[in-house]
Design a protein around this ligand. Sequence first.
Ligand SMILES: Cc1ncc(COP(=O)(O)O)c(C=O)c1O
Length: 404
Amino acid sequence: MIVIHYQKGKALIESVALSDLAEQYGTPLFVYSADFLLGQCDRIKKAFSSHPTTICFAMKANSNEELLRQMVSQGLGMDVVSGGELKRALHVGTPAKKIVFSGVGKTASEIELGIGREIFSFNVESVAELDLIGEISKRLGKHVSVSLRINPNISVKTNPYIATGLYRTKFGFPENQIPDAVATLKKWPRLKLVGLSCHLGSQIRSTQVYQQATTRLLHIAEKLKASGFVLSHLDLGGGFGVAYKQEANPEIEAYAQSIQKALAKTPYQLMIEPGRWLVAECGILLSRVLFTKENPHKRFVIVDAAMTELIRPALYEAYHPIEPCLKRTGAKRVVDVVGPVCETADFLGLKRSMSPLQSGDLIWIGYAGAYGFSMASNYNLRPRPAEVLVQGAQGKLIRTRESL
Ligand SMILES: Cc1ncc(COP(=O)(O)O)c(C=O)c1O
């Protein structure tokens, strides 16, 4: 919410009025604050400064090239999950040695690309994947660094769709399969085991589970050392929570402290893969009211943004704050804010108490910087929106709107 402030009843991002951006670039429109993003980069670097740490932004959260460039300029690396993301990471100037390739289903051509560009490491999730990387390393005559993604079977309180560190999910190696992974590694002399990784899920509000996961990885690393594998780093993934509802949530410094405390005095470097925490709050989705209507049960505000721009409410019943750009006086009313897409799930907010809205009014939807545009689609043949980056009094178009 901090990213938007009001002056004389008008919503501004940095010192630019959202109404001016809507006029110039149209709606729906993603708008980001450069100062806020740079502030997040600075804050997370400071939080993790007491232990050698590489911060790799999980590009799936937002893959806008300009935002990525800003993060690379702050020294961040990239966590990628596809050949497309890998190419983009390289394209925006990420040093290959700061790129990790995660994901449960990498294809041979994606692996070849990563090997060819000598990325830092592949986070490997199965014996079959290790074999494929091994075969490719042999064919190309190249040494390849790999890390084992561990499924620590740690339960976290979050939406089940974004919990990834449990055995019921498809991710990682369960601890009892590590001997199989070790036997496979021995078959492929060009594979070098450099680390362990895990990712517990997203929107994790406990610092304790990170400490638990760090301890678990340390324990496995020590066991591997006894079998002759000396690792350089442990990767704790992402998942740091964001307070979409202004609810209680640990500060990034608290997450950092719990991980760093567990790693203190160990020889292992730390890697983290934050996505949401870095970019969610710095972005909003700007939208215009098309119509209002009501039936015997409900009042609806139909806006020009939809699940095609921001799918999180439809997919996870996620909450995003919604506010009018111009605060009107008048009694608040309870409304459903919905989009034009032909799905009942196409809502941005349900049962919201809002000051009166009418056709043509502008609203902004907060915390839209993560998993907003990157999950946008052309469903219903809707063109994907434009993106604008604001710095001070300037707005800059960083992605043009798709046309029909
Ligand atoms: C392997 C991995 N790392 C990092 C992330 C980023 O998570 P978050 O955006 O919650 O920080 C994800 C998200 O799905 C992931 O799967």
